[in-house]
Design a protein around this ligand. Structure first.
Ligand code: GDP
Ligand code: IMO
Ligand code: MG
Length: 423
């Protein structure tokens, strides 16, 4: 049985916290796409963990964590994370695996990602600079380097040389930047090889076997639906498929193995990086939400842009991902607002649009029609049952549920494991 957790907005919905909560009832937690661009926060026993590549279920000692073939793995970032985790007393030996056929993010991917985004000037995407787009580009260009290639030092060297031929030409002639030495990478990365040999497996075979023997798998999405390379606000997107459809490809399992799909939605909306954001707030309220929700990137530290809940996009996400249920996070952050708005439909060229438009040129120029609800003053952090929620907070949840047409099953009211309410 496979349960999928996906972000329904532009990432940072609180997936890390939800995965950590659900992991107690699962045997395996698996990342299926993205790379170290993700920043998934888990707060446990007053300790904060931010996961970039390692799945957010790792804090549970019974859980096996895997990185599927769809993930792009930066060995340097992976080892840094592993070391930090072990230094905090979390033992991972024997319960962390990576897919042999996953692609590697290497130093040139990170350098080129940053140079390319700078070069875009006004049109920049605002990538995380973690080499995500450039790694997936090489994967599809058939000049990528896979985990299996890395395990053999000679093949690794050959593959990097091929990849660097054109890149170094571009760096020197077009970007006027320093070139990159294959020998240096081979030298620096050899220290990671033995550990990779220990961790590399056929993840597809492993997970399928686990499912067949009755194990429960949790597929952890990174990023969010509107950062999806196909369905997001292209070109202001990431380079993978965070949507639930990405799970089959990124783990090597058949669609019939998936039995439950959970969407995570923040009680308002945030976005980090560039790109359209119809319900984005003006300065003062934007700032207020950012402060109340501590909305700063878990990976880059950049301030997140904040806005009202957009029911149009989340409704689209529900359909696109085939959501069975939605978990709302950070409801506590909205306490103290006199009025709370929900974006219910768009207006473009004086006409109503009820559905998220795939044309980014339209999406960039829509106006939003809002519904306004009364806010509440009560602090929600220590509420543990639905009935204790203020009436206005319940009305807000009811209205969102009605607008998106999917059951809201749980509500998160704080960053720690315990702060979650069943509906
Ligand atoms: P992810 O990328 O989807 O895992 O989300 P991030 O970890 O990037 O950002 C979510 C932030 O909100 C983290 O700092 C979490 O600790 C925090 N968080 C998660 N759920 C809640 C909640 O219900 N209330 C509050 N106040 N914070 C939360
Ligand atoms: P989690 O998993 C929020 C954004 C970047 C940028 C765009 C492309 O923590 O929700 P990339 O480096 O992927 O090429 O950048 O995508 N982005 C995220 N925004 N949360 C994330 O991950 C993100 N990962 C990438 O800010 O706009
Ligand atoms: Mg994040």
């Amino acid at each position: 049985m496979v349960t999928v957790v996906v972000g329904t907005q532009w990432g940072d919905e609180g997936k890390g916290k939800i995965i950590d909560t659900l992991a107690s009832k699962h045997d395996i937690v698996a990342r299926y796409q993205g790379g170290a661009n993700a920043g998934h926060t888990v707060v446990h026993n007053n300790q904060k963990f931010v996961f970039h590549l390692i799945p957010s279920g790792i804090l549970h000692q019974h859980v096996i964590s895997v990185l599927g073939n769809g993930v792009v793995i930066d060995p340097a970032s992976f080892f840094q994370e592993l070391t930090e985790l072990e230094s905090k007393g979390i033992q991972v030996t024997g319960r962390l695996f990576i897919a042999e056929n996953a692609h590697l993010t290497l130093p040139y991917h990170k350098i080129l990602d940053q140079i390319e985004d700078r070069k875009r000037g006004k049109e920049k995407i605002g990538t995380t600079g973690r080499g995500i787009g450039t790694t997936y580009t090489d994967k599809y260009g058939r000049i990528g380097v896979r985990v299996v290639d890395f395990l053999n030092a000679d093949i690794f060297y050959q593959k990097i040389q091929v990849a660097l031929e054109l890149k170094n030409y571009l760096l020197q002639e077009y970007y006027k930047e320093a070139t990159i030495s294959a020998e240096k990478i081979v030298d620096e990365y050899s220290k990671f090889r033995n550990k990779f040999k220990e961790l590399a497996i056929d993840v597809s075979a492993y997970i399928n076997e686990a499912i067949n023997s009755g194990k429960k798998v949790l597929a952890e999405g990174a990023q969010g639906t509107f950062l999806d390379i196909d369905f997001g606000t292209y070109p202001f997107v990431t380079a993978s498929n965070p949507i639930s459809g990405g799970v089959c490809i990124g783990l090597g399992i058949g669609p019939k193995k998936i039995s439950r799909i959970i969407g995570v939605a923040k009680a308002y909306t945030t976005r980090v990086g560039m790109g359209p954001f119809p319900t984005e707030l003006e300065d003062e309220l934007n700032e207020k939400l950012r402060t109340a929700g501590n909305e700063f990137g878990a990976t880059t530290g950049r301030p997140r842009r904040c806005g009202w809940f957009d029911a149009v996009i989340v409704k689209y996400a529900a359909q696109l991902n085939g959501l069975d249920e939605i978990i709302i996070t950070k409801l506590d952050v909205l306490s103290g607002l006199k009025k709370i708005k929900i974006g219910v439909r768009y207006i473009y060229n004086n006409q109503y649009i009820e559905k998220y438009p795939l044309d980014t040129n339209i999406f960039e120029n829509v106006k939003v029609e809002y519904e306004e609800l009364d806010g509440w003053d009560e602090n929600l952090n220590s509420i543990s049952s639905y009935s204790e929620l203020p009436q206005q907070a319940k009305k807000y949840i009811d209205r969102i549920e009605e607008l998106i047409g999917v059951k809201i099953s749980e509500i998160s009211v704080g960053s720690s494991r315990e702060q979650i309410i069943k509906r």
